[in-house]
Design a protein around this ligand. Structure first.
Ligand code: FPP
Length: 254
């Protein structure tokens, strides 16, 4: 029997998603949750308080993504470059990711969210990997929304790791180099089932992709918004979708 899922919570102001046609709504949205440090600074708080405040924004956006009908959401929670931050901040971010996944997994499961970890195992804290694997196992049959938690993720690292695995398979004669296609390469990425990104959002006003989902975002529509991540909520997502709905996507065609 199919599991009964909970309806997403309403926004605290009761506002509803914009009315758009199905084809105007992106299937896969990727978000660079940027601006936590600047938000904390503006409040006279330590940087870590900015990350803590970002949790609420993420949860509200997951509810808003379900409300509007998005099927896949990828969030950049820790990049392969974030190891360059201070040891204190790295330690905080590791523990924070682990604790958020633990404390939110039941609520996400009730909403029918499938949690998927996307990233590199090397260097990542074992307790974080364990927590991610438990969340993946708990939510594996869910169908409402796939939430890709990109932790210890980097686009170049992903392509490098795929290249190494492909070279090894070629040496073992498991694949023929000349037979490789764009589609067959995706089988070597961290999440082979991930769909191409339709809409790529970055908060905080910075206009960079910062090594996020490089392969998958080749034809994504980019939307950069001037809000710091802790101030974002589902209205931020819906605004980006309204901008997306106005774009003409040609995928190289004239
Ligand atoms: C960027 O802000 C954010 C990150 C390094 C990723 C961490 C994101 C969160 C903690 C948000 C919620 C995540 C979870 C797991 C609930 P920044 O520190 O680069 O900000 P700055 O550019 O203003 O310094």
């Amino acid at each position: 029997m199919a599991k009964k899922v909970k309806q997403p919570s309403a926004h605290r102001n009761g506002i509803k998603p914009p009315k758009l046609e199905r084809k105007q709504i992106p299937n896969h949205v990727a978000i660079v949750m940027d601006g936590n440090g600047r938000w904390a600074k503006s409040q006279g708080l330590p940087r870590t308080a900015g990350h803590e405040a970002g949790e609420k924004a993420l949860v509200d956006i997951v509810n808003g993504a379900i409300e509007i009908g998005i099927k896949e959401l990828s969030v950049y929670a820790f990049s392969t470059e974030n190891w360059k931050r201070s040891p204190q901040e790295v330690k905080f971010l590791m523990g924070f990711n682990r604790d958020v996944i633990h404390s939110r997994r039941d609520e996400l499961n009730d909403l029918g969210v499938k949690i998927r970890w996307v990233g590199r195992e090397k260097r990542l804290w074992k307790t974080v990997v364990d927590e991610l694997e438990q969340a993946e196992s708990l939510t594996k049959n869910n169908k409402v929304l796939t939430l890709n938690m990109c932790i210890n993720y980097g686009g170049r690292a992903e392509i490098l790791d795929a290249a190494v695995a492909i070279a090894k398979d070629a040496m073992r004669k498991k694949i023929k180099p000349d037979a490789l296609t764009e589609k067959s390469i995706t089988k070597y990425l961290y999440a082979p089932l991930m769909s191409d990104v339709d809409l790529f959002i970055r908060s905080s006003g910075e206009q960079r992709t910062s090594n996020f989902l490089m392969w998958q975002s080749a034809y994504a529509e980019m939307v950069f918004l001037d809000v710091l991540w802790p101030d974002a909520d589902r209205r931020t997502l819906w605004k980006a979708i309204e901008i997306y709905a106005e774009r003409e996507r040609r995928f190289g065609k004239a």
